[in-house]
Design a protein around this ligand. Structure first.
Ligand SMILES: Nc1ncnc2c1ncn2[C@@H]1O[C@H](COP(=O)(O)OP(=O)(O)OP(=O)(O)O)[C@@H](O)[C@H]1O
Ligand SMILES: [Mg+2]
Length: 261
């Protein structure tokens, strides 16, 4: 189970209250888009889900148990930029997570285990449309290709939760539409819950099952430190989009697609 329960979470940095009393239940397999003005704490919220930051008060449960206090393989993340390692090839970038967890400090896999990991990585690289670029380095890839690679890198660890911080924000509109189709398919086909920060409402409504807005309701200069942002809107998408099921509107672009189709 990969549902997330956030209960009365506050986040403060020194005197500054960034997030105030956030409570939300995110159901298993949801795709939540998180929107809100710059600086309202979206990335901070995502980093708390990742385990990079701790809530000042309140609790976060993942699958019914308190979130571990550090990042782990159950939570994958893709940032707007720089998610992949520049000194590793496409194949190396997708293999690295498996190598780190399976082989401890030496970070190497041998024999059968390595062959199996390479096969798995190649299959995932094919899923994201990068089979022709296995030996390329990130600097040799376009922005869209790098984000496809970042998705494959996160997905090989089979995360229960995939966290995306404006992952497609820097891409051209055409490339963005393509990667949206891919992102939807990956969500349909992988048993994970997705939380994605975006500035783009259209993107939010294209991909998500639910759109959540953070907002600072009291924003006068003298109030800035004392009040944080909180959830101001919680909009379910209609008609409902369900993981693993084709949508009523565009089943060809929004649904699980069998290989070879
Ligand atoms: N490590 C930190 N130490 C102190 N303050 C921080 C830290 N991280 C974030 N903040 C502050 O918390 C607030 C929220 O920042 P955050 O990056 O979460 O906003 P955001 O909603 O992601 O903005 P954007 O849309 O511009 O990415 C900002 O005022 C920021 O300065
Ligand atoms: Mg941010």
């Amino acid at each position: 189970m990969s549902g997330i329960v956030v209960e009365k979470v506050w986040k403060e940095y020194g005197d500054q209250i960034v997030l105030e009393d956030i409570s939300i239940e995110i159901e298993d397999r949801a795709f939540v888009a998180l929107v809100g003005p710059s600086g309202c704490g979206k990335t901070t919220f995502l980093r708390m889900l990742l385990g990079q930051e701790q809530a000042t008060r309140g609790t976060i449960l993942l699958g019914g148990v308190p979130l571990p206090k550090e990042p782990g393989p159950d939570r994958g993340v893709v940032f707007q930029r720089y998610s992949v390692f520049p000194h590793l090839t496409v194949l190396g970038n997708v293999l690295i997570g498996k190598e780190m967890t399976a082989a401890g400090f030496s970070a190497r896999l041998f024999g059968q285990a390595r062959r199996a990991a390479v096969e798995e990585a190649k299959a995932l690289i094919a899923e994201v449309g990068l089979s022709h670029a296995l030996d390329k380095y990130p600097a040799q890839l376009s922005g869209g290709m790098q984000q496809r690679l970042a998705l494959a890198q996160a997905l090989i660890m089979k995360p229960k939760v995939l966290l995306l911080d404006e992952p497609f924000g820097a891409l051209d509109p055409g490339i963005r539409a393509e990667i949206h189709t891919l992102m939807k398919r990956l969500w349909h086909e992988n048993p994970m819950t997705v939380v994605m920060v975006t500035h783009d409402m259209r993107e939010a409504f294209t991909l998500a099952t639910r759109v959540i807005a953070f907002e600072r309701l009291r924003d006068r200069p003298e109030e800035k430190l004392r009040y944080g942002a909180t959830i101001s809107r919680d909009i379910p998408i209609w008609p409902p989009r369900r993981a693993g099921e084709p949508s009523l509107i565009r089943p060809d672009r929004d649904g699980p697609v069998q290989k070879g189709q």
